[in-house]
Design a protein around this ligand. Structure first.
Ligand SMILES: Nc1ncnc2c1ncn2[C@@H]1O[C@H](COP(=O)(O)OP(=O)(O)OP(=O)(O)O)[C@@H](O)[C@H]1O
Length: 315
C-alpha cells in the first residue's frame, strides 16, 4: 500500500501538469489577456441580467440580446458591431453597456479591452481636434491590434465634434483590413441623449392613449430617432455619414422611466447594500424625485440617476 502522502503528491502533480497544459504561459492565468479564458460571451448571463436588472426597457433588452448574440456567435463577422443607444438621462445607457461588458469580459468594465471615451472629458477643446483625431485613431488601432475583441464606448456622442466622428468611420465599415489590422470583431457603442425627446413624446402618446408601454415597438421609434438625430444641428451625428452610410447596425431607444421603475431601481440598490430592502423607503425616495411633463408627472426627470446618493440620506 502506498503511503497517503505519495498519493496526494501524485494527484497534485497530475493537476499541475493538466493546469500547465491548458495554460502554457502561467502568467495568462493571473493576468488578463486576449484569450477565451478572459473573453467569452455568456448569452444566458446577458439575458438574465437584462431581464432582472434593466427596468422598463423592453425594446432595448430585446435588440441588445439579439445583436450581441448574433455578433458574438459569428466567428467571421463582416464588420464590427456598432450600437447607438439613445434616450433621456438616467434611463440606463451606461448601465446596459456595463451589462454587455460584464457578459463578455471576465473583468467587465475593468477589462483592459474595454475603453470608454467621454466627449467633454477626453475631447474638451475643439481647437485641439486635429490632435484628438490622430490620438483617437492610434488608440483604436493599437488596441484592436492588441486584441481584436476590443470594446469601445463613446459617451456623450452628441457632444462629439463631427470631424472626430468622421475620423473613426473607417473602423466601423466593411473593410477586411486597414493598415494590416482587422476591426471586424470589435464592438463600438455610442451613447447619447439625441432623439431622447422624440422617444419621450412617443411614450407619452401611448400613455395618453391608455396603451401599455410594452406595446411600443422599435418601428414606432426607429425612424423618429434617426431623423431627429440626423437633423439636429446640435448633435455630433449631424454632418457625419455614420447614419446615411448605414454604419450603425442597431439604433437602440431607451424609454423614459416612470415612478414604478424608479422604485425598482431603489429596491435593487437597497438589495445590493443590505439583505432586506424596505419598500416604504423606496417609495419615499421615488416620491421625492421630479417628474415630467408638468401636468401629468409621469417620467422621472433624472431617470434612476440620482437615487444612489439620495438613498444614503433616507436610510
Ligand atoms: N433602466 C434602468 N434599469 C435599472 N437601473 C437603471 C436604469 N436606468 C438607470 N439605472 C441606474 O441608474 C444609474 C445611472 O444610469 P445610467 O448612467 O445608465 O444613465 P444614462 O442613460 O447613461 O444617463 P446619461 O444620459 O445622463 O449619461 C445606473 O448606474 C443604474 O444603476
Amino acid at each position: 500500500l502506498e503511503p497517503i502522502s505519495t498519493t496526494i503528491a501524485v494527484g497534485m502533480a497530475a493537476t499541475l501538469t493538466a493546469f500547465l497544459a491548458s495554460y502554457p504561459n502561467i502568467f495568462n492565468y493571473f493576468h488578463e489577456c486576449c484569450r477565451p479564458e478572459w473573453i467569452s460571451f455568456n448569452r444566458t448571463g446577458l439575458e438574465v441580467d437584462l431581464e432582472n436588472k434593466l427596468f422598463g426597457q423592453h425594446i432595448a433588452s430585446r435588440i441588445i440580446l439579439k445583436a450581441v448574440t448574433g455578433f458574438m456567435s459569428n466567428d467571421n463577422p463582416k464588420k464590427p458591431l456598432v450600437l447607438s443607444l439613445h434616450g433621456w438621462t438616467g434611463t440606463g445607457k451606461n448601465f446596459v453597456s456595463k451589462l454587455i461588458a460584464e457578459n463578455i469580459y471576465k473583468e467587465g468594465m475593468h477589462s483592459s479591452f474595454v475603453h470608454v471615451f467621454t466627449s467633454t472629458l477626453h475631447f474638451p477643446h475643439p481647437s485641439q481636434n486635429h490632435i484628438y483625431k490622430s490620438q483617437l485613431q492610434q488608440w483604436i488601432k493599437g488596441n484592436v491590434s492588441n486584441c481584436e475583441r476590443s470594446m469601445f464606448i463613446f459617451d456623450e456622442m452628441d457632444k462629439m465634434h463631427p470631424g472626430l466622428i468622421d475620423s473613426i468611420k473607417p473602423y466601423l465599415d466593411y473593410y477586411d483590413k486597414l493598415e494590416g489590422v482587422s476591426f471586424r470583431k470589435a464592438i463600438f457603442i455610442f451613447l447619447s441623449n439625441a432623439g431622447g425627446d422624440k422617444i419621450v413624446q412617443k411614450t407619452l402618446e401611448f400613455w395618453k392613449a391608455g396603451r401599455s408601454r410594452k406595446e411600443i415597438e422599435l418601428k414606432d421609434l426607429e425612424t423618429l430617432v434617426t431623423l431627429s438625430v440626423f437633423n439636429d444641428d446640435q448633435s455630433g451625428f449631424f454632418h457625419t455619414s455614420l447614419i446615411d452610410k448605414n454604419l450603425v447596425d442597431f439604433f437602440v431607444p431607451l424609454l423614459p422611466l416612470e415612478y414604478r421603475h424608479v422604485v425598482q431601481c431603489v429596491l435593487a440598490e437597497m438589495k445590493a447594500r443590505q439583505p432586506q430592502p424596505d419598500k416604504d423607503v423606496a417609495d419615499k425616495v421615488a416620491k421625492d424625485l421630479v417628474y415630467f411633463p408638468k401636468s401629468e408627472r409621469i417620467f422621472s426627470v433624472k431617470g434612476c440617476k440620482t437615487i444612489f446618493s439620495k438613498l444614503d440620506y433616507y436610510t
